[in-house]
Design a protein around this ligand. Structure first.
Ligand SMILES: CC(C)(COP(=O)(O)OP(=O)(O)OC[C@H]1O[C@@H](n2cnc3c(N)ncnc32)[C@H](O)[C@@H]1OP(=O)(O)O)[C@@H](O)C(=O)NCCC(=O)NCCS
Length: 146
């Protein structure tokens, strides 16, 4: 099992996983995946083939936003491993998840719920996931709600 940056040859497999989970992820545009891979902001878990991915953006303010995280076989620890990889790379993660998404159970395990904000259609839980040895002031984290 290997966790690594996505290569052009991985895009088909990533898109296939994303399309199979479009209810949870919405429509993921292939071109956006290609661009993320070019920016080294797309990570895959390769376990005899691509079994999951995390698409993220490292923002100028130092925070990393996760756009999508998804696995083809749930409950095998792949999601946790993708998060652990980002933490080992010193990412300080902030993300939003619709309150009615099953993935909240995962985010509550790997991160900390800091607040709930209004989304266009639904309320969104805001989580932070940070390396254990990094201290951040959570009170001011989500100014602007992004
Ligand atoms: C969210 C997702 C990436 C989690 O990946 P995963 O590989 O299934 O999660 P893991 O096996 O690594 O689980 C890590 C921990 O979260 C818990 N967890 C994960 N999903 C859970 C669920 N649906 N219900 C309860 N607990 C859950 C696991 O029990 C585990 O806890 P433990 O360490 O105490 O055993 C995966 O379920 C998925 O692809 N979901 C569909 C796409 C999606 O909704 N993505 C998020 C929105 S962008």
């Amino acid at each position: 099992m290997l966790i690594r940056k996505a290569l052009p040859k991985d895009i088909d497999a990533i898109k296939k996983i994303a399309d199979s989970l479009s209810k949870e992820l919405g429509f993921v545009i292939r071109g956006a995946l290609v661009e993320s891979a070019q920016r080294n902001e797309l990570i895959v878990i390769d376990d005899n083939g691509v079994k999951g991915f995390v698409n993220f953006h490292r923002r100028k303010d130092g925070w990393t936003t996760i756009y999508e995280i998804a696995v083809s076989e749930k409950g095998k620890g792949y999601g946790q491993k993708l998060i652990d990889y980002l933490l080992a790379e010193r990412h300080i993660i902030k993300l939003k998840c619709p309150v009615d998404n099953e993935a909240n159970k995962f985010y509550n395990k790997v991160g900390k719920l800091v607040k709930i904000v209004k989304g266009k259609k639904r309320d969104l839980n805001v989580y932070i996931i940070i390396p254990e040895d990094i201290k951040v002031k959570t009170s001011g984290v989500c100014k602007g709600g992004s």
